[in-house]
Design a binder for this molecule. Sequence first.
Ligand code: SF4
Length: 89
Amino acid sequence: MSHPFTGIEACADMDREIFFVPDKMRGAPKRRYIANAVAICNTCPIMDACLSYAKDQNGTVGVWGGQEFDGLGFVSVATLTGKTMEVAA
Ligand code: SF4
């Protein structure tokens, strides 16, 4: 599957680094960082295609299609926090 980016995605003009948690970030700052990225994905017109693309790749890391990937598979935000996280739109 080719990547779904066509220029209409919500992150088209953004620094993609905001979708990758800095290595040493943990706990609440990490959850806020991910929530910010997920909030952007939640406004994206190609969110489903982005998520499908990310699931098809091996070793995906970062936030794609509103989910965080840890290199082994996708990790939902709910799993990371132990409860549903409220994400500002
Ligand atoms: S779903 Fe998120 S990471 Fe994927 S293209 Fe849209 S904004 Fe970017």
